[in-house]
Design a protein around this ligand. Structure first.
Ligand code: PEP
Ligand code: MN
Length: 339
């Protein structure tokens, strides 16, 4: 940590800051320049709050160098994390894995129709919400356990792994027999009690970036799972809220290379929630693949005008098949393949 003192800071103030840093557990290195004094603090205590030093008299700026997360950091596993599944699918390796399916499981007929089409187009993982986080309590809330059973059945029938969202701790046990990946939605990225419980399970988790979360906050949330011992973790960029109104969210594609540099965890791109508009999904999916995404999460519906949630951002099955063809063409240009 670097503490820059004001030019006008006097010797008493500088000494007071040094004493405080030593008291907090830092080793302190002092550098006195012609204009100002700079203090280097070595050995940051894990729960250190930089504001404690920023508020001391005579301090101009505090700059923290070490990150708040350790296990999620790239240096913990420089070679990168690869999440492996029993059927040979790997997320975080050379191949980009495509997860697709409806926003919500709505009926057997709906799910089986969509599952067959996405499997034929080359998806490896079936997505579908059984427990739905909806902005309005009057919107469709999901089929619950019945939806989970349908997901497993459709997954087994069409040789697809299954991912579905877990909204609360009590649903974890209920979901384990039916899913291969537990999805933590944007609204729960900082539900720390849920994250702690998911640190105890031994099944992969896909953690979505919160609607207004910084990358550092996402990595701190990831740290909860890793600290609990669950290393089967995949992160997901799904768009963040900005001042722009032409899209539902702003798909932050730069988060993909940024996180790849900061962390060893694989990155998924969700251009469906990232844009909220069907015609924007394919361009953002292709851009995400070019930016280094390890997986894609794409909403697909055979009758999007009748969908009970997120129809406007769901691709028609033939659009999804076209996107898969384009991804197969693009991937080699960036050293990847499609799983
Ligand atoms: C979803 O995947 O359908 C979903 C609700 O996503 P998010 O949490 O990103 O809004
Ligand atoms: Mn959705």
């Amino acid at each position: 940590m670097i503490v820059a003192m004001h030019e006008a800071a006097n010797e008493d103030q500088i000494q007071h800051v040094i004493d405080q840093l030593v008291h907090l557990g830092f080793g302190v290195h002092r550098s006195t320049g012609a204009l100002q004094t700079v203090l280097g603090g070595v050995g940051v205590p894990p729960d250190f709050d930089a504001r404690e030093v920023e508020m001391l008299p005579g301090v101009q700026r505090v700059h923290r160098i070490t990150s708040l997360y350790k296990l999620a950091g790239r240096s913990f596993r420089p070679e990168g994390t690869v999440v492996k599944f029993s059927n040979g699918v790997e997320i975080g390796g050379k191949k980009i894995v495509v997860m697709a399916g409806p926003c919500s499981v709505e009926s057997r007929e709906q799910l089986f129709t969509i599952s067959e089409l996405i499997a034929r187009a080359g998806a490896r993982i079936l997505r579908g919400g059984a427990f739905k986080p909806r902005s309005s309590p009057y919107s469709f809330q999901g089929m619950g356990l019945e939806g989970l059973k349908l997901l497993r059945e459709a997954g087994d029938r069409f040789n697809l792994l299954v991912i579905s969202e877990v909204m609360e701790i009590s649903q974890i046990e209920v979901m384990l027999p039916y899913v291969d990946i537990l999805q933590v939605g944007a609204r729960n990225m900082q539900n720390f009690n849920l994250l702690r419980e998911l640190g105890k399970v031994r099944i992969p988790v896909l953690l979505k970036r919160g609607i207004a979360a910084t990358i550092e906050e996402l990595l701190c949330s990831a740290e909860y799972l890793l600290a609990g011992g669950n290393y089967e973790l995949i992160l997901c960029e799904r768009g963040i809220r900005t001042f722009e109104t032409h899209t539902r969210n702003t798909m932050d594609i730069s988060a993909i290379p940024v996180i790849h540099k900061l962390s060893h965890l694989p990155m998924t791109a969700d251009p469906s929630h990232g844009t909220g508009l069907r015609d924007k999904v394919a361009p953002m999916a292709l851009a995400s693949a070019a930016a280094g995404a390890d997986a894609m999460l794409i909403e697909v519906h055979h009758q999007p005008d009748k969908a009970l949630s997120d129809g406007a951002q769901s691709l028609y099955p033939d659009q999804f098949a076209t996107l898969m063809d384009q991804l197969r063409m693009l991937a080699p240009a960036v050293g990847r393949e499609i799983a």
